[in-house]
Design a protein around this ligand. Structure first.
Ligand code: ASP
Length: 278
């Protein structure tokens, strides 16, 4: 809700969809109480908080960072990659160096609370991702502005206690996020390993191109994930939200519990997505 409020502030002042998604995603990244995005995100099993983010605009320009450490707002670094480099993805030390060169400040993202949870986890060190927000979650945001132009952003600290070096769907254009201004946009949350098996956000947009509504497209993409992961999907969550060129939206997930927020004039409301399992 708070992220969408910040994004809406931009849109309602004639801001671009790109400015809106960046502003919105930054709110969640800077929220220390959120355990799965930016500051306060749970670390990997060696104690490192590593962040992934990507951004894409209506001209199909995109930028991303992967395995970025010590920078609170990776979405803004991703935007700089898009705007100021000839590349799409920067990772690890290179991404950090780039961020520092661009004036971002280095800071410790492992808050006392996250550290305490990590120290507790170390007692068993059992790696068992839970289905919804407890150990992972992502902010994915899609916006359409007054010109009818669409942009999207996606940011996560990923699974808590993952292996060091893991990079997931969220910084991969087509997997964690995809925008095609002629059609619409989609973004993903849940087990990144599954999202990657179908390039789910790209797939959702392609389904909309074929004439499906955003809800139908999200559902079809989830069904594809299920078909391709018959042995594992019951234990895992994957959810998509989509927005089309006409401002229609929808969300669908494997498991119940996936929520998304929709904001427009005088409206900022959380919805429960429909799900395959009940
Ligand atoms: N997709 C993210 C990942 O796999 C996490 C999530 O959205 O739950 O790291």
């Amino acid at each position: 809700l708070e992220a969408n409020k910040a994004a809406w502030q931009k849109l309602s002042n004639n801001g671009s969809a790109l400015d809106a998604v960046e502003a919105g995603v930054r709110v969640t990244e800077s929220d220390a109480d959120n355990r799965s995005v930016g500051l306060g995100g749970l670390p990997d099993r060696d104690g490192n908080v590593t962040l992934d983010a990507c951004i894409m605009n209506h001209e199909s320009e995109c930028g991303a960072v992967a395995y970025l450490q010590d920078i609170e707002n990776p979405i803004s670094v991703a935007r700089k990659v898009m705007e100021d480099t000839p590349h799409v993805i920067l990772a690890g030390d290179g991404a950090l160096q780039f961020a520092l060169d661009k004036g971002f400040q280095k800071e410790n993202l492992l808050t006392e609370k996250s550290k305490a949870e990590y120290v507790e986890w170390l007692k068993t060190a059992e790696y068992k991702p839970k289905v919804n927000v407890e150990l992972h979650d992502t902010i994915g945001m899609l916006a359409i502005d007054q010109n009818g132009d669409i942009s999207g952003g996606c940011s996560t600290s990923g699974l808590g206690y993952k292996m060091q070096g893991r990079v997931r769907d969220s910084p991969i254009i087509g997997a964690g996020l995809f925008v095609d201004n002629e059609v619409g946009a989609a973004t993903a949350t849940g087990m990144g390993e599954l999202v990657l098996t179908t390039l789910g956000s790209f797939l959702t947009v392609e389904f909309m191109r074929q004439g499906m509504s955003p809800l139908e497209a999200c559902k079809a993409a989830v069904m594809r994930t299920i078909e391709k992961n018959k042995d594992s999907y019951k234990e895992m969550q994957v959810g998509y939200v989509a927005l089309d060129k006409y401002g229609r939206y929808g969300g669908y997930s494997i498991q119940p519990g996936f929520q998304y927020t929709v904001t427009y004039q005088n409206h900022n409301k959380v919805y429960d997505a429909q799900s395959y399992l009940s």
